[in-house]
Ligand binder design. Structure first.
Ligand SMILES: CC(C)(COP(=O)(O)OP(=O)(O)OC[C@H]1O[C@@H](n2cnc3c(N)ncnc32)[C@H](O)[C@@H]1OP(=O)(O)O)[C@@H](O)C(=O)NCCC(=O)NCCS
Length: 150
């Protein structure tokens, strides 16, 4: 299963099937079209055998900070635990390295234990920061330097 650049059609498919990736969570608003229209170079997908989207990662590069930022990563429920999330991150890191990035970053909510465990399995450091997303809205900030690995 190869990592490919996400198309607008892939984006439309993801938006039409969010519960298969996120369950009951309301995450439609996080899927802003700019991740395809503006940051499409770092929007990645893995297709299943029927050419449907099995997993995706929407990210971007913050050039001034030499940072690759992963905004969303999700694997369809029937494709979890197979290394797809890890493969998407590896492909994103390769892209980030080619544009001069020295670290990768993502954030998640303290309640998302699966996401924290996943990112820690990828070697990222997790630090909870109070009020990160507004007063009373902590986030777990996940980072890893890129220079000495990948
Ligand atoms: C988090 C998520 C992206 C992981 O994708 P995945 O393809 O199942 O993960 P992988 O198979 O690539 O796993 C990579 C590593 O993370 C670990 N891992 C993945 N999910 C885990 C979980 N829920 N709990 C503990 N460890 C987990 C795996 O054990 C594996 O470790 P290993 O390589 O050392 O054995 C997926 O569960 C998902 O889409 N969740 C819902 C959406 C979400 O919450 N996204 C993150 C929001 S920031």
């Amino acid at each position: 299963l190869e990592v490919e650049r996400a198309t607008k059609e892939d984006y439309d498919e993801v938006l039409a099937s969010l519960p298969r990736f996120w369950g009951a969570r309301d995450v439609a608003g996080l899927h802003h079209p700019m991740f395809i229209a503006e940051f499409g170079d770092t929007a990645l997908i893995i297709r299943d055998r029927q050419r449907g989207v099995a997993a995706y990662l929407f990210g971007f590069v913050v050039a001034a900070k030499a940072r690759g930022y992963v905004h969303l990563v999700a694997v369809r429920e029937d494709h979890r635990g197979l290394g797809l999330g890890r493969s998407l991150y590896a492909a994103f890191e390769r892209l980030a390295l080619t544009t001069g990035c020295r670290e990768i970053k993502a954030i998640t909510t303290p309640a998302n234990a699966g996401s924290i465990a996943f990112h820690e399995a990828l070697g990222m450091q997790a630090v909870e920061i109070e009020d990160y997303a507004g007063i009373g809205h902590p986030r777990v900030v996940l980072t890893r330097p890129l220079a000495n690995q990948a």
